[in-house]
Design a protein around this ligand. Structure first.
Ligand SMILES: [Zn+2]
Length: 360
């Protein structure tokens, strides 16, 4: 154990209804970060007891780390969750709770983050946890009915992911070199083939999203909000998280629900970082960055293909009918120029025997 790491064992849980005892050695593969909107550890623990939940560690604002559940047992912190296709992360994760009276406004204290970094470095080396498996509760928690992400908003957009990545904890793309004016690429209701690519990259990173759908729907908007909360937190200045209840009723038109050019840049850079990390192993990832085609420059019909076919077929039929009509009119016109005398002559000729005509 690191010399700097001091763990306070005074608040360890004894109530067996708050954690699952594992008798064999538990495989720990994920770290999950949370926040609770209060300052006092005992009040937070009181809330845990009330809701029947728990975390392995709790870090207060002074940087004191309390152990609540031993690493080998299961703490009930993640709930309905999915990351990189794996369901229910409680089984194989360690949950770390940060206390903050106003996590969405004030974030976390420096002492708290220093303690968190020391604790994570210890856990990563003990359990050999991959950077891609270090996540926030918001990245993994989805709604059981809709199956959409954004069930949880912790840790807030003020959680210092970039600082942790510099200390070897988790992944964060390098600072983006070109700072261009930001613009919205995709918003709710848009259709574009690039949306399929965005979904594909989100799923490769680990987010629980439907794939092979070219529409920017509610499920994707919520997944993008979780991605933005983690990787593009500047958007939350315009569109802050409040309470969980309020977030459920937020209009999907909010800034952080949309895919901005800065979001896409971070998505590309993060995927590139993952691909580079994987290139050391046999499981090589080849990643081509998504080059956005603005939806306004590349409008795509929102109509069903069957409707488009029916309209095209009707149009073709109309053209054919018009052609027939014109052909008939043309023939009529040709006949009408036949002189009456000739017409009557032919009629007269037909009344005669064939031999008589031939003789003429
Ligand atoms: Zn949480």
């Amino acid at each position: 154990m690191s010399e700097d790491l001091i763990i306070n064992e005074s608040k360890i849980f004894t109530d067996p209804s708050l954690f699952g005892v594992v008798n064999a050695i538990r495989a720990v593969k994920y770290l999950v970060f949370h926040h609770t909107g209060c300052q006092n550890p005992d009040r937070a623990i009181g809330m845990y007891q009330q809701y029947g939940v728990s975390a392995h560690y709790l870090i207060d604002q002074k940087g004191v780390i309390f152990r609540l559940v031993i690493d080998n047992n299961i703490a009930y912190h993640a709930g309905v969750s999915n990351w990189r296709g794996v369901e229910s992360l409680n089984q194989n994760s360690i949950g770390i709770e940060l206390l903050s009276p106003n996590p969405h406004q004030d974030g976390f204290s420096d002492d708290q983050i220093k303690s968190l970094i020391t604790l994570c470095q210890e856990l990563i080396s003990t359990y050999n946890i991959f950077p891609q498996n270090i996540v926030g509760h918001s990245d993994i928690a989805y709604d059981l009915n809709t199956r959409y992400l954004n069930r949880k908003q912790d840790p807030s957009h003020l959680f210092p992911w970039a600082r942790l990545a510099k200390a070897g904890i988790g992944l964060f793309p390098d600072q983006i070199s070109i700072k261009q004016p930001d613009s919205i690429l995709f918003k709710i209701g848009d259709r574009n083939p690039d949306i399929i690519k965005v979904r594909d990259v989100l799923a490769k990173i680990g987010y629980h999203v439907k794939q092979a759908v070219d529409k920017y729907d509610e499920g994707l908007a919520k997944a993008i909000r979780c991605f933005n909360r983690h990787y593009n937190p500047e958007l939350f200045v315009k569109d802050p998280d409040k309470s969980e209840a309020e977030n459920y009723s937020l209009p999907l038109s909010g800034a952080a629900f949309q895919l901005w050019s800065s979001s896409l840049q971070k998505l590309n850079d993060l995927m590139q970082t993952i691909a580079t990390n994987h290139n050391n192993s046999s499981n090589q990832i080849i990643f081509e960055p998504i080059i956005p085609k603005l939806h306004s420059q590349n409008p795509k019909s929102d109509y069903h293909p069957a409707l488009i076919f029916a309209v095209s077929a009707a149009g073709l039929l109309l053209v054919v009918l018009l052609a027939c009509f014109l052909w008939k009119s043309y023939n009529k016109t040709t006949n009408s120029v036949t002189p009456y005398e000739n017409l009557s002559k032919i009629t007269a000729d037909r009344s005669k025997p064939i031999s008589a005509i031939a003789a003429k």
